[in-house]
Structures are given as C-alpha cells and as structure tokens.
Design a protein around this ligand. Structure first.
Ligand code: NI
Length: 172
C-alpha cells in the first residue's frame, strides 16, 4: 500500500471524465488499497481514483462514524440507476478543495449499480450520508465537483482563491 498525493483544484485532471474499468487485476486491487490508505490518512469519507490522478471509474467510501468500526466500501464503474424525487441538503466538503464546506441539495435516496472487487454486479439503495457521498464521488468520475452545484458567484470565488494559492506555491 502507498499513500498517494491528492490533487487539488485548479488541477485540470479533476475535470477529466474517467474511463470504465474493464478487468479486475492486481493493478486495480493495488489502486483500491492505495485509495483507502490515502482516504483514511486525509482523513476523508470518500475518494475517487481521479483525485489521486488515476482516470478510472473507481470510488472508495467509508461513512462509519469515528467510534464505529471501519466499514470500507468499493464501487467500480458505479452508475446511478434511480434517484428519489425527494431532495436532502448536506454540508459537503472535498479532499480536492481543502477547508471549504457548503450546503448542497441532492436526491435524498439513490440506487447505484456497480461492480465489487470480485467483479460481481451489485446494486444498492442508499440514503442519508451514503447517498450524498455516492453522488459526490460519481460526479468526480465525470469531472464534476460539488462546487458545480453552487451558484456561479460562489464557484468563481472558490476557484479564484485556489488558483491564487496554486500560483503562489508554484512560484515558491
Ligand atoms: Ni470530492
């Protein structure tokens, strides 16, 4: 296992759509291990492979509370097959947009079809934090970020702030 650096906006790779996984091999299992290690270390509750620079449709999630045992979940080629008409609002953050949190409204429940690490097709119906987290991470696979769900004014302000930081760090 290895810790991998997490890409931060305005890194252009974060806007790239990821490619479906075509076979589950040792490389993919290593990627999943690295993603969990990186996600837990951050710490975060969800990570998409593109956030460590790998444009493949792989998501890791663990929404267990701190006092609960770890509950790692892997979603390969996840697809939303149904979304509830009811919406819910969560304050979201993203490891690629550190220290920034905003409320986002999304469908309260979703059904997601995906492959597990054994390559078997699975489908789950999620609600609450897991539903939000799945939608947030699946967005990453299509090059979308949670700030895309905010007003243009807010999004522009965040992008500007992080672009300034990137320029400053680049010059240092
Ligand atoms: Ni994110």
């Amino acid at each position: 296992m290895a810790l991998r650096p997490i890409l931060i906006i305005p890194e252009p790779l974060l806007r790239k759509a990821s490619e479906p996984v075509t076979g589950i091999d040792a490389d993919l299992r290593r990627l999943v291990d690295d993603m969990f290690e990186t996600m837990y270390e951050a710490p975060g509750i969800g990570l998409a492979a593109i956030q460590i620079g790998v444009p493949r449709r792989v998501v890791t999630i663990d929404v267990a509370r701190q006092e609960e045992p770890k509950a790692p979940q892997v979603f390969i080629n996840p697809e939303i097959t149904w979304a509830s008409p009811e919406m819910s609002v969560y304050e979201e953050g993203c490891l690629s947009i550190p220290q920034y949190y905003e409320e986002v409204e999304r469908p309260a429940r979703v059904r997601v079809r995906y492959l597990d690490v054994d390559g078997k097709t699975q489908e789950i119906e999620a609600e609450g934090l897991l539903a939000t987290c799945l939608q947030h991470e699946i967005d990453h696979l299509d090059g979308r970020l949670f700030i895309d769900h905010l007003s243009k004014l807010k999004r522009d302000r965040v992008m500007k702030k992080f672009s300034k930081v990137a320029r400053r760090d680049g010059a240092a």
